[in-house]
Design a protein around this ligand. Structure first.
Ligand code: PMP
Length: 367
């Protein structure tokens, strides 16, 4: 008997089954039109409806204030590592930006920003990405154009459970891997971006939410497809948008809404992640999570077996055993090794329980 597959991948990641079924049902003929969304003009009235439905659901689910634009762009999170400085570093004449570097993704973003201005790393360099330096030791530059941080470091499993205080400087956040996994007060931010392929859809579309008064300051070398003012004015249709990815995202947003919105997602994600962290904490050191207690991610749970450095042979056995039980994509990022469990919105409580019971069983056998 074939066990159902449970996907714990870090992204592209699991999608709700009902979304896949609906996309399948509508695949050949959307809305009785006789053509697929894949074949539809991005300027047709049917696609326009999909686009505006995605935007209005996004606004509703995140309670986005009216003075913010919502864009659906291409180029991924990595494209935004460039787009953010290209559009915002010129907000002030000094062309300085403050970066909090708490993992792989914020490090990449800071490196990209250096091409366009002066980058100040706000805190002493970390020797391992397992904590968030206390704000009391940050040296924020009051004349920075913006302060940048990555809200959830996908590789290292480090998540902010607070919004940094910037004393009026524009705040920018990469929320690629915890977007819509919990409520967020958008009004505290100048800009939020997120690739869709973890919590809100498939790869190809990147959500950008930006406060209107920040538009119109792009550097002259900013590629036009990345220019927020142009894309905002054209309603993300300066050029052909990732139509099918936007369609899938609209289905996922509807699924989030029907399942109780961001508060319900947060409750579910708290339950799932505490189930795994409690098990780790109570494993007598068999499972080791290197991340500080106050910044453990609800989305990505990294751990090693037996020691902080991990027992690689045993980890391989763990992964092989998981695969036999249909639990896939649990291997840690190639840069850190070990195990990583990703618990995005579409991963159910039952999925998580299945993993937890395997973890308990595996520990009993190998302790
Ligand atoms: N930021 C974060 C937090 C990510 O997890 C990722 C990808 N895993 C990226 C940015 C880069 O996204 P992309 O691959 O879509 O460029």
């Amino acid at each position: 008997e074939q066990k159902p597959t449970i996907n714990f991948g870090a992204g592209p990641a699991k999608l709700p089954q009902s979304v896949l079924l609906q996309a399948q049902k509508e695949f050949l003929s959307y809305n009785g039109l006789g053509i697929s969304v894949l074949e539809m003009s991005h300027r047709s009235s049917d696609f326009t409806k999909i686009l505006s439905k995605a935007e209005s659901l996004m606004r509703e689910l995140l309670n986005i204030p009216d003075n913010y634009k919502v864009m659906f762009l291409q180029g991924g999170g990595s494209g935004q590592f460039s787009a953010v400085p290209l559009n915002l570093i010129g907000l002030k004449e000094d062309r300085c930006a403050d970066y909090l570097v708490t993992g792989t993704w914020s490090a990449k973003a800071a490196k990209e920003a250096e091409k366009y201005g002066k980058v100040n790393i706000v805190h002493p360099k970390l020797d391992s990405y397992t904590k968030i330096p206390d704000p009391s030791i940050w040296t924020l530059n009051p004349s920075a154009s913006y302060v940048y941080y990555c809200c959830n470091e996908t590789v290292h499993g480090v998540e902010y459970n607070f919004i940094p205080e910037t004393n009026g400087v524009v705040l920018v956040s990469d929320m690629s891997s915890n977007f819509l996994s919990r409520p967020v007060d958008v009004s505290k931010f100048g800009l939020i971006f997120a690739g869709a392929q973890k919590n809100v859809g498939c790869a190809g579309v990147t959500v950008v939410i930006v406060r209107e008064d920040l538009l119109g300051h792009s550097l002259k070398e900013c590629p036009i497809v990345l220019d927020y003012k142009v894309q905002a004015e054209m309603n993300s249709l300066y050029n052909t948008p990732p139509c099918f990815s936007i369609y899938i995202m609209s289905l996922v947003l509807e699924w989030i809404k029907n399942n109780g919105g961001s508060i319900a997602m947060e409750n579910l994600n708290k339950q799932k992640s505490s189930m795994i962290y409690d098990l780790i904490n109570n494993s007598d050191g068999f499972y080791v999570c290197p991340v500080g207690m106050n910044c453990r991610s609800r989305m990505n749970v990294p751990f090693r077996l037996r020691t902080e450095e991990g027992d690689e042979a045993l980890e391989k056995e763990f992964l092989d055993g998981a695969t036999k039980r249909g639990m896939i994509s649990l291997k840690g990022h190639r840069s850190v090794g070990g195990i990583r469990v990703s618990l995005y919105n579409a991963v159910t409580l039952e999925d998580t329980e299945a993993l937890a019971s395997y973890m308990k069983e595996f520990q009993k056998e190998h302790m």
